[in-house]
Design a protein around this ligand. Sequence first.
Ligand code: NAD
Length: 354
Amino acid sequence: MDPFVYDALPNRVVFGAGTRTQLAAELERLGCRRALVLATPQQEAQARDIAALAPDRIAGIHTGARMHTPVDVTEAALSVVRELNADATVAIGGGSTTGLGKAIALRTDLPQICLPTTYAGSEMTPILGETAGGVKTTQRTLKVLPEVVIYDVDLTLTLPASLSATSGLNAIAHAVEALYAKDRNPIISLMAEEGIRALSGALPRIMDDPADGEARAAALYGAWLCGLCLGSVGMALHHKLCHTLGGTFDLPHAETHAVVLPHAAAYTAPAAPEAMGRIARALGAQDAAQGLFDLSGRLGVKQALRDLGMPQDGIERAADLAVRNPYWNPRPIERGAVRDLIARAWAGDRPLAS
Ligand code: NAD
């Protein structure tokens, strides 16, 4: 066995159906009496329900969370934190709401409790991406890692089937890249394989019946493991490419991940045979890239970047940007092959066979 380093992330997880009822006890454990509940405007009703579970320990609700954590949104939330003299945040929602809680924690050190309602996985990472003046910067610091995550399967029942599919594929992408990460280790690889297995099995069942509680539980469990992968080891070509494409062409986050993943896996496959074997095994497929493409087809998500709004003349520009700042990938980044990868993803073709 090769030598490795494993850094455990210090947070507490409460998992199950109905676990949101433990919010008051978790706030008490942290010694917090004036928590601020955070949400997006769309999830205000859920935020009110959560606040009602711990009336003695909640000081207020702020529903200003937005995608990509804009700094002005954080400033507005910070003034509410000061006004209410809040001593914790409770983020109910997806990655956008979790991001706001993290941005507040970065500036105030307030403890965070997260109640995730998507499969994005941000609650398990010490990573914060923020936007200012249209530019996104990402940092990694334990200051932003949430102290407590309450996974309540019931809260995911309202996540529409199409969002469940793209959010779930976004989570699978974290685990796929963890299996061939430069700093991979056997513990995280176990979680990655199990995360892919749980999510890829559950998502088709959720498409058939979004209220299937067992499938929802398996998907949320898988999303937890995949989020832990993202928080623990470095990502590679797939995540860099999605970051570039999303930022340059203003493409939707999870949908872009869903389209690019099979192609990024096909590109990397020749240089990471062991990882690909584990991904294929977790998917119950013969081949990792083809299995990922078949899964996204089965889930009915868009499979072409052109259908997400990327212009055809963006292919060359994206290829230039992808090779501009070289970064590590098991298979080195070669412009011609990356251009072909982007072109296939743009058109919605099957990934290249390895
Ligand atoms: P999101 O949080 O933006 O949610 C998408 C929409 O779905 C929102 O309108 C939200 O209110 C709604 N929604 C969420 N859960 C719902 C539910 N159960 N029922 C009904 N509606 C619901 O989307 P996301 O994909 O979870 O997060 C994306 C953001 O998270 C991006 O900004 C991404 O960069 C960030 N992210 C960060 C990390 C990290 O580690 N820092 C990891 C993953 C994602």
